[in-house]
Every structure is written in C-alpha cells, then in structure tokens.
Design a protein around this ligand. Structure first.
Ligand SMILES: [Zn+2]
Ligand SMILES: [Zn+2]
Ligand SMILES: [Zn+2]
Ligand SMILES: [Zn+2]
Length: 493
C-alpha cells in the first residue's frame, strides 16, 4: 500500500497517538519521500449524485448481485467483499436494501467500516480508529454529520452485523472526520473533486511553510516529494491551508476545519517571513508598518516597526471588516476591484492578504478576458496582468520556497501575457530596434518557460498541472519558432 524512502523514519509521538516522519539522511529537492495507494476514494459526503461503487462515474443502475451498491452502465461488478457482505449472511437479511440509496451521504463512512471489517485490511486500517477525530463536538459540521450520516447508520441496525468492528457513535464521527478533514482532495478524470483517504499521508503534520509537494496520479496514488533540501533530524511537513492567506486567516481556517493550532515559524513571525502579509501602513510616520507583536491568536499589540506608534486592535479589525464587506459589493467587476485596491492601498502594505485577495480577483478577470478567443487583448490589459504577476510572484516564492506548484502556475500565467505583449509590440514595429527588443524578450520567455516547467516537473501528465506542462511545451515551441524566424529574416537582410 505504501513505500517509504530509506531517508526517513516513522517517529511515534510520546504524548499523543499520532506519528510523523523525520529525515535520517539529508533529502534533496525532488527526492520521493512516500508513495501510497489510497485506502479509499469517495465522493464528498455532500455529493448528491450517486456514483458507481467501482469507477466513481455517475451511477444510474444498481449491482444486480447485492442490489445494494450503485454501479454505472459500464461496470458489472465492484469490490467482492462489499458485494458479498450485503448479499449473503447477516447483512443481506437484516439491513434494508435501500439503505444506501436513501442515505447516499453514508457511502464513505460505510466503505471505511467495510474496509475495517475485512480481515485482509486490518493492519492498514488500524490508523483509522487509533485516534479520535478532532472535530469540535456540537460544531455545525458535527451536527450535520450527526443527522445525515451517524444517525441513519445507527438506526439502520448496522452495528449488529459488523463482527470485528465495534460500531459506536464516536467511531462513526471519527470516520466522518477522516473523510471530511483528514483526507486529500483528489481530482477524478472527469474533473470532479473526490476525497482520498490515506493511512500514512494523512498523518503528515501541518506547517504553513511546507518542505514537501504532494501529487496524485490518475489512480489517485499519492507521491510526496521533498520541495527543498531537508536536513537530518527535520520533520516532514505538508501544508493544509492556502499559503496566500494571512496569519489570522490561516489560523482561523486551520482551527475550524482541521482542529490544528499552528505555531510554525511563519505564524509566530509578525512580519510573516518578511512578506508583510498582515502589515498595515503607519498613520504616524511615512515609512513604518504596523505589525502585531504576537500574531498567534492575534493577542499582541499592534505597533509601528519604525516610530513605535501603536494602533488599537479594534481599529485593525474594523478595517478588515470594512474591506470584507466592500469585497462583497464589487459584483465581480474589474473596475470595482481596481478602485477597492486603490482605496485600501492607503491603509495596507501592498502585500497584505486583503490586497492580495483583491489582486487575485483582478488577475482572474483579466485571465478570462485574455483567454477569450473572441477578444484581442490590448496592451494595457496585458501590462496590468504582468504587473500583478510581478507583484505576486516574490510573495509566492517567499511562502513556498523550493519546488512549488503555485509558483509554477504563476510563472505560466506570467509567460502567456509576456509572450502576447512581446508579439504585440513587435508587430507594431514602433521602435527602430524592434527586432532586437523582440529577440531579448523571447530569450527571457525561454527562461521563464524553463523555470515554470521545473516547478511542475513532478506533476503526472494527466493531472490539471500536468496539462499545464504540455501547454508550456507549446509556448516553448512558439518561442523557438519566433526566434528561428527572426534569425532567418536577419540572415536574408
Ligand atoms: Zn462504473
Ligand atoms: Zn454488489
Ligand atoms: Zn503556521
Ligand atoms: Zn510609524
């Protein structure tokens, strides 16, 4: 099911039942740390469309043998153990054949119960129930899962038919947690998002600056690579938040969705690793930035790093509330975002997470315009796109050092606009040395493309990021073709 690099070992935590991986030899960027098959791939429990129990495509028929599990038109069988379980013996007689069809939300948890019940899996599945889930009891998510998954399962009488697994209220909630919060989002070949449960991969501790990259191939096989050099003794980390969020946002999300209190180097640094992603502009001096002295749980005082003037926490919070409300009123319009950006640039550092969010919104509108084959992009739009990329890329680099998917995607976006603009300027032939300028731009583009490809080099070719790699290869052809034409024109002249 899983294979571990010889350069890491599993270390059991002395106080909690959790385990983590530690480097016992130096790892280089690109070293494979872990390869693992999923224990289970399942639709998200809120998914309303029933999926085939064999291939996870949309289902419209039932298994003829067990009459319990949905299948698609192409599949005639599914997991033999599951099929037999509801066909023969106790389960067939005691449990309603319609249980799953009438409560499709239970699918993932039921599959995990069957995996645990199957003696062939007992070892791999031990981790599933070893630690309780970290959901806050009575939270909104817990309540919903209690009504939609736990109660229907308990009321169905299913606890009676499982022999090895002791089906309890607590275990069912733990299994809900394994799928809801402790699993990886994986993409099916039809583009649908599914949940992948992994025994070892799911136990990687979180850090807001990870030292690994995770990829999934078409069979949902997880591969974990070192993204940076990892010294002996270092813990192997993954990240479970969006790195472009500020500390207060990341902490809130981690607490709410994963039950994690992060105290990593980035979370405890008022400057967020020098990025200033949570800094405000000082109102008392020209060049100072106001930062929180103890950013974890937002308990410190907000003080200027230049003149030491303080700002009340309420004032900082109110500003954030104001931008949040203003963001909701933009109707996703380009000009509304631009004016919001101008308005709040007065208050926040240019890298502040709220400005980053506005810039991402602007960039995605520009992307849609530039991708539209019916529209010929003007120079101004392309220049704006490039400017936004240039502001965001150093940020991505700082929070995701080493090999990074996000940086690869940012470079790819930059490359597209860079090439478009270079070609547009060359076609205008306004400057006397237009050919010379074009040649230099093409050579830059060649470097950007190579860098983008390097960042995405671990992505399986059929993943969304893998498709980007082939798009980059097309850009590389376009660059070389342009360079060849320039040179042949020169030699003719
Ligand atoms: Zn199927
Ligand atoms: Zn069946
Ligand atoms: Zn952190
Ligand atoms: Zn100041």
């Amino acid at each position: 099911m899983q294979s571990l690099s010889e350069k890491v070992k599993i270390v059991k935590n002395s106080t909690t039942p959790s385990r983590h991986l530690v480097a016992i030899a130096e790892l280089s960027p690109g070293d494979v740390i872990l390869e693992e098959q999923p224990l289970l791939v399942t639709p998200h429990w809120e998914c309303e469309q029933m999926k085939c129990s064999q291939c996870l495509q949309d289902s419209f028929v039932m298994c003829k043998k067990c009459e319990f599990f949905p299948l698609c038109i192409d599949c005639t069988t599914h997991n033999t153990y599951d099929c037999d379980f509801f066909c023969e013996g106790a389960a067939g007689a005691e449990i309603s054949k319609n249980l799953l069809v009438e409560n499709y939300t239970i699918f993932g948890v039921l599959k995990l119960l069957l995996l645990m019940e199957n003696p062939a899996n007992s070892e791999q599945c031990a981790a599933l129930s070893a630690t309780p889930g970290a959901t806050v009891v009575d939270s909104e998510a817990w309540q919903e899962q209690d009504t939609q998954i736990v109660t229907p399962l308990l009321q169905s009488g299913i606890a009676r038919v499982f022999k090895r697994v002791k089906v309890t209220h607590e275990l069912l909630h733990t299994l809900c947690w394994r799928i809801d919060a402790n699993a990886f989002e994986v993409t099916a070949s039809d583009g649908n998002t599914l949940k992948g449960v992994y025994a070892c991969g799911a136990q990687l501790p979180h850090n807001c600056v990870p030292n690994t990259v995770v990829t999934f191939d078409e069979d949902f096989r997880l591969k974990l690579y070192a993204s940076v050099r990892i010294p002996v003794g270092a813990v192997i980390y993954n990240t479970y938040t969006n790195p472009l969020m500020g500390t207060s946002q990341r902490q809130h999300e981690l607490r709410l969705t994963k039950g994690i209190e992060c105290a990593c180097a980035r979370c405890s640094d008022p400057l967020e690793l020098g990025t200033h992603m949570s800094s405000l502009k000082c109102t008392k001096c020209a060049n100072g930035f106001v930062v929180c002295s103890a950013p974890i749980r937002d308990v410190g005082i907000w003080k200027c790093n230049n003149c030491a003037a303080t700002m009340a926490t309420d004032v900082v919070k109110q500003l954030l509330v104001d931008v949040g409300e203003a963001l909701l009123e933009t109707n996703s319009e380009l000009l509304a975002y631009e004016s919001l950006l101008a308005k709040y640039s007065v208050h926040f550092h240019q890298n502040h997470f709220v400005l980053v969010e506005i810039k991402q919104n602007i960039a995605s509108i520009l992307r849609a315009i530039l991708m539209n084959p019916m529209c010929i992009p003007g120079k101004d739009l392309l220049e704006r796109k490039l400017q936004l990329c240039e502001e965001m890329m150093p940020l991505v680099r700082a929070v995701l050092p080493g090999v990074s998917k996000l940086y690869g995607i940012a470079l790819y976006e930059y490359l597209l606009s860079y090439m478009e603009l270079a070609e547009l300027i060359f076609e205008e032939k306004a400057a006397a040395n237009a050919a010379q300028i074009f040649q230099e731009k093409l050579e830059d583009a060649r470097d950007i493309a190579a860098k983008a490809k390097e960042m995405l080099r671990f992505e399986p070719s059929n993943s969304p990021e893998g498709h980007l790699v082939s798009r980059i290869a097309m850009e590389q052809k376009r660059i070389e073709e342009n360079l060849r034409q320039l040179n042949s024109k020169r030699s003719c002249a």
